[in-house]
Every structure is written in structure tokens, then in C-alpha cells.
Design a protein around this ligand. Structure first.
Ligand SMILES: Cc1cc2nc3c(=O)[nH]c(=O)nc-3n(C[C@H](O)[C@H](O)[C@H](O)COP(=O)(O)OP(=O)(O)OC[C@H]3O[C@@H](n4cnc5c(N)ncnc54)[C@H](O)[C@@H]3O)c2cc1C
Length: 405
């Protein structure tokens, strides 16, 4: 078996893994990413990037670099009841410096980060390579064993192994990390339709049964997400495409021609709305970040922003740990200490909203339709939006992580 060694092995080339790799490579740390896919192509993944994501880019001085790649700027959101708008929010009212959310397809974001990583000689990546085992000495993690598409095994010895391998993390499973909670009640069913020429780039949230989202998608599509209680999708599929075609047509005239063209269920992607939190994110020589440590539900489209914030904090803690030769569980768990209050706060709110949205849809449809328009106009609503869409302060990292112009 071929053997390689590095300072940091990051398992997973998603947003968390790639930003952490970039920041460590910038600090001249040897960092090796292992990604099971052949490239960064993926559909329906973290494409709405909240103003707090733009804020992080600004902190790292990467905002203009990332924004030089194709994206849409989303400035408004609307709450709809059938075809009538009953409430709205405006990102510019929330903050004048970060007055928009970005719509950037994840492959474009990852490609941009990858291109920047390639400027640093201490960065390397193995695509089409899947982690299968952890290397351990006693309780200390010392790297991974991987297999590539040709079936060749590769041993990667590392001072620190990072599990950035998403919500179904292999590192979490192999390392014996325990979940503190795993909330799962609903599914979001995604599909895309062409963007009608006369429709603007507003995010729309429909209070109907089912509740659904209509989001502009770069460059000329609309992405629709329908929320159903778990198990419901199985039932819908069982009833056949003809019946679902009718449901879609009734839901919104926008879906008419998409529904008419449906022959089967292949155009739909199911996202389980999971909220997961790992009890302890660190072990000696090993750390979980991003969705692997704290998966968020789709409520508020926060997943990428939360994952990337943890990755940035992790880069700082790992870099300092390597410098002082401390890669113990105690040292690495600082990442959790810093990030946990915010993550837990969002998780609690998401779980509440998920329960409310699905279980009390009839209640929401009647009372919510009257109260929501009044509520969104209040100062309190604006302060909640600020808390959701913006970070209260910069991430606590060393200034040497900031990129030069
Ligand atoms: C359908 C859908 C829509 C979403 N929409 C939004 C949105 O609009 N906005 C938002 O902010 N968030 C959204 N999210 C959530 C967001 O995509 C995630 O929170 C985010 O991608 C997490 O980043 P990550 O880097 O932690 O993990 P991931 O993006 O999941 O990346 C993990 C990587 O690890 C790799 N990997 C896994 N196992 C192995 C292994 N054994 N060996 C090697 N590599 C491995 C995977 O191939 C993957 O590339 C959405 C998620 C889904 C599924």
C-alpha cells in the first residue's frame, strides 16, 4: 500500500473542508484533502448563501474574489398566501453593508476555493478517493486509509484528521463519535423549473399546504422546495405520478408546464430535514467540523454559513495547536466551545419551526395569515432577522488568516 504523510488530512471537499484547507495552506501548513467524488459537481446543495456568509468572506478579504465568480444577489424575500403577498423582508433594511444573500451554485463556490488553494504549494487533494478506515495508535487518531476508483489503497498519516465529510460522516462513525440529538420530522422535496421572464429575483415562502419555497436559481431557473412530513413522500410516490401532477398544478400555476411534462419522479430530490448535534466534536488527533458535527435543517438556509464558520474557527485552533504541538482532544475541543452556543441556538429555533410548520399547518393558514403581515413590520421582527442573517461579531481568528488584495 502506498503511504503518504501530512500535517492535516481533511476528509471531505465540501464548503467546510475546502475553506479550512485554504486557510491552513495559506499558513504554510501541509494539508491534504480527500474527496470521494470525482469533482465538485453536485445538484441542490447549499446554494443560498446568507449575508452572514458574505460577512465571513469580508472578514477574510475574500469577498471580491468569490464575487468575481457567477452568482445572483438576492435582495428581497416575500411571504405569500396563495397568490397574495402577505409579508416581506428586505436584506438592505437588515444591514447596509451586507444587503443581500448570494445564490451561487455549490460547484462554482467549491471550484473558486479550489483554484485559490492551488496557489499554495502545501495544499493537495485526492479526488475519487474514499476513506474506509481510521489509523489509530491507542485512542489517538493518526490518519486514514482510503481506496480510490481503481481499488488502490492509500494510507495517509496525519498529525490531525478532520472529519468534514457531511451529514453521513464516515469519520464520525469510524471514530465512535456519539450524537447528542438527531431530530428528523420533515422532508424537503426539490425540483427546478425555468425562471419566468416577468418574475424578479425574490425569495418566496408560501404558506399553503404543503408549505413551499420558490427561489431564483443561477442563471435562469427557479428552485422549488416542498415541505412534507417524513414518510409522506413515500405515500405520494405510491399514489403515482398522475396524482402528484394534479397536486402540483393546483398548488401554483407556475408549476403547470413542469407538471405536464412529468413521466416519473426522477426530477425530484429529497432532502431529509435533519438537525443533528455531535456530543463531543474532538478526540485526540481528530476533529469533526461542518455538517459532520452539527447538521442544520433547511429552515433559514443556514447550513453552509454555519459549517463554514466552524471551519474558519477550526483552522485557527488547529494552526495554533500545530505550532505549540498540542493536538489533544482538550485543545481541539475549543472549536466546539466557541461555536456551540450559536449552533445550539439555531438548532433549537429550527426544531421549533419544523414542528410548527408541519403539525400546525391549518392553524398557520388561518391565524398566521393575519398575524404574520403585522408581525414582519415590527422592530422585533427586524431584530430577529438580524440575528438570523448576520453574525453579531467577527469570528475570533488570528489576523494572519486575512488574505491580501
Ligand atoms: C438538497 C439540499 C439543499 C440545501 N440548500 C442549502 C441552502 O440553500 N443554503 C445553505 O446554506 N445550506 C443548504 N444545504 C445544506 C448545505 O449543503 C450543507 O450544510 C453544507 O454543504 C455542509 O457543508 P460540509 O462541507 O460540512 O459538508 P458537505 O457539503 O456535505 O461535504 C461533505 C463532503 O465529504 C465528502 N465525503 C463524504 N464521505 C466521504 C468519505 N468517506 N471519503 C471521502 N469524502 C467523503 C462528500 O462527497 C462531500 O463532498 C442544503 C443541503 C441539501 C442536501
Amino acid at each position: 500500500m502506498k503511504i503518504l504523510s501530512t500535517d492535516v488530512c481533511i476528509v471531505g471537499g465540501g464548503p467546510a473542508g475546502m475553506i479550512m484547507a485554504l486557510l491552513l495552506a495559506k499558513q504554510k501548513v501541509n494539508v491534504m484533502v480527500v474527496e470521494r467524488n470525482v469533482n465538485f459537481d453536485r445538484e441542490f446543495r447549499g446554494e443560498v448563501l446568507q449575508p452572514r456568509f458574505v460577512q465571513m468572506l469580508e472578514q477574510l478579504n475574500l469577498r471580491s474574489y468569490i464575487e468575481s465568480y457567477p452568482h445572483l444577489k438576492l435582495k428581497h424575500g416575500a411571504i405569500m398566501k396563495e397568490s397574495a403577498q402577505i409579508g416581506e423582508f428586505n436584506f438592505s433594511a437588515i444591514d447596509s453593508k451586507f444587503p443581500y444573500a448570494m445564490w451561487m451554485p455549490q460547484p462554482i463556490l467549491l471550484q473558486a476555493l479550489y483554484k485559490k488553494c492551488q496557489e499554495y504549494p502545501t495544499f493537495s487533494i485526492h479526488f475519487h478517493t474514499k476513506v474506509q478506515h481510521l489509523l489509530k495508535e491507542g485512542e489517538r487518531v493518526k490518519g486514514v486509509i482510503t481506496k480510490n476508483a481503481l481499488g488502490e489503497e492509500l494510507e495517509i498519516q496525519a498529525k490531525i484528521t478532520i472529519g468534514a465529510d457531511g451529514r453521513f460522516s464516515t469519520i464520525r462513525q469510524l471514530g465512535g463519535f456519539e450524537l447528542e440529538y438527531d431530530f428528523y420530522e420533515n422532508d424537503l422535496i426539490w425540483f427546478t423549473i425555468p425562471h419566468p421572464k416577468d418574475m424578479d429575483n425574490t425569495l418566496r415562502f408560501y404558506m399553503s399546504k404543503p408549505i413551499y419555497l420558490v427561489l431564483p436559481k443561477y442563471p435562469d431557473l427557479m428552485q422549488i422546495g416542498l415541505a412534507f412530513p417524513k414518510e409522506k413522500w413515500k405515500e405520494i410516490r405510491g399514489n403515482g405520478i398522475e396524482k402528484f401532477r394534479g397536486t402540483l398544478k393546483e398548488l401554483n400555476p407556475l408549476f403547470q408546464s413542469f407538471a405536464e411534462g412529468l413521466q416519473d419522479f426522477k426530477s425530484f430530490t429529497v432532502l431529509n430535514s435533519r438537525v443533528q448535534y455531535v456530543k463531543e466534536w474532538a478526540k485526540d488527533g481528530c476533529l469533526l467540523i461542518g455538517d459532520a458535527a452539527h447538521c442544520a435543517s433547511p429552515v433559514g438556509a443556514m447550513g453552509v454559513s454555519l459549517s463554514v464558520a466552524t471551519a474558519i474557527v477550526a483552522a485557527d485552533v488547529v494552526w495554533k495547536g500545530l505550532n505549540k504541538q498540542d493536538i489533544s482532544q482538550e485543545w481541539l475541543s475549543q472549536v466546539q466551545t466557541i461555536r456551540s452556543p450559536e449552533i445550539r441556538l439555531f438548532h433549537r429555533s429550527q426544531i421549533r419551526i419544523e414542528k410548527l410548520a408541519i403539525r400546525y399547518t391549518p392553524w398557520l393558514k388561518t391565524i398566521g395569515g393575519t398575524l404574520i403581515p403585522l408581525f414582519v413590520k415590527t422592530k422585533f421582527a427586524l431584530s430577529i432577522q438580524r440575528k438570523i442573517f448576520l453574525m453579531p461579531k467577527s469570528l475570533p481568528i488570528d489576523s494572519s488568516f486575512v488574505f491580501e488584495n
